[in-house]
Design a protein around this ligand. Structure first.
Ligand SMILES: Nc1ncnc2c1ncn2[C@@H]1O[C@H](COP(=O)(O)OP(=O)(O)OP(=O)(O)O)[C@@H](O)[C@H]1O
Ligand SMILES: [Mg+2]
Length: 340
């Protein structure tokens, strides 16, 4: 086994990396800026700063879409860049890797995470895969090896993953293509429809962070800059929380529906554990105001919004690397079978 080990959560919006013995060591936007189709000019947060501002010859994009790798070349370049940055060397020594992948994806998609790391230009020791909900639950502080059934709902940027875990294994898991990005898009669309105002993705995300509430109880507003659709001129306009609620409610109810569907399929013995422990919610979008209230109201169950919810997967990967008794949760067997 190599001396160093890294745990990677390739998120659509952010990439989080934890290191054995050190916890989370990197948390950056999963974005890359490429000029003239070949030259990487910025990565991570720096690339995000260029998003929506770059001239036509510079393309700023995210190589992960809907929880899976959509652009292997750029994701590999970003991954190698971040590991070099973390090790402080242009030729880092060998390291082992654990990567968290969604459960409800195809074997080909899962394999692409493995291959991205093993075929990179880095010196790679062992590569292991862990189901994301398992890492998520560990990062939320749950003792999944001994605990009965738990439900974990990870609401990220492009995806929501609803899973039931029992005795250290996944019983059910469903990945739906709804997350923070859908909410941003909906806010953009509603602002355009109601105010004839065209706003960018970043502005929509900022509005969401300030005003999005899962119940129509919050009364607030923010001033934003945008372009008047009719005159074409830049204007400053006030956006109210009611407009934001109107835009996002439908998507939040789709997430609630996914939770309900999984609850309906959960075996009764496990369901009784979930009634006791409640639903655990993680992912950056768990920060939306009143989300706890909405899910509790619609399911009748207790809801726990986890602390620092965007980082629970990476934290859980850290625990798997640090705690000997958890190491069996990451495996390479499934992938080996595919390759053999
Ligand atoms: N305070 C906040 N209020 C509302 N949404 C937030 C807040 N903070 C972060 N988010 C949203 O959380 C999302 C990012 O969460 P996270 O880092 O869990 O996603 P990801 O892991 O990159 O995506 P995925 O798991 O879907 O691949 C973004 O859509 C972001 O706008
Ligand atoms: Mg995620």
């Amino acid at each position: 086994m190599a001396q160093r080990s890294y745990g990677i959560d390739f998120g659509t919006s952010t990439i989080k990396i934890s290191k054995k013995g050190q916890g989370i060591v990197l948390d950056e936007r999963n974005m890359i800026a490429v000029a003239d189709r070949h030259a990487i000019i910025a990565t991570g947060n720096e690339a995000y700063d260029m998003y929506e501002k770059a001239p036509a010859n510079i393309v700023v994009s995210s190589p992960v879409r809907s929880g899976v790798i959509a652009d292997v070349a750029n994701m590999t370049a970003l991954f190698v860049h971040f590991i070099k940055k973390l090790s402080g060397s242009k030729k880092p020594g060998p390291a082992d890797y654990i990567v968290a992948t969604p459960t409800d994806i195809t074997e080909v998609e899962r394999r692409s995470f493995y291959e991205l790391i093993s075929r990179s230009s880095l010196k790679v020791g062992r590569v292991k895969i862990v189901d994301k909900p398992i890492a998520d639950a560990l990062g939320a502080g749950l003792e999944i090896m001994t605990a009965g059934g738990v439900m974990i709902v990870d609401i990220g940027a492009d995806t929501t993953e609803v899973s039931i875990i029992s005795l250290g294994g996944i019983v059910l898991s469903k990945l739906i293509p709804i997350g923070g990005n859908k909410l941003d898009e909906a806010i953009k669309g509603m602002v355009k429809k109601k105010h004839n105002l065209y706003i960018g993705d970043k502005t929509a995300e900022n509005i969401k962070k300030k005003l999005a509430s899962a119940l129509p109880t919050v009364e607030a507003s923010v001033q934003v800059y945008g372009r008047d659709v009719v005159t074409g001129l830049p204007v400053l306009m006030e956006i109210h929380s009611g407009t934001v609620y109107e835009a996002i409610a439908e998507h939040l109810y789709s997430i609630v529906d996914a939770i309900r569907i999984i609850l309906e399929r959960t075996p009764p013995e496990i369901a009784s554990d979930i009634i006791d422990s409640g639903i655990y919610v993680t992912g950056g979008s768990a920060n939306i105001f009143e989300l706890k209230g909405l899910i509790a109201k619609e399911t009748g169950l207790k809801v726990n919004i986890c602390e620092d919810p965007a980082n629970t997967v990476a934290k859980g990967l850290g625990r798997i690397m640090d705690e000997e008794q958890l190491s069996s949760l990451a495996d390479s067997l499934r992938i080996k079978n595919l390759i053999d």
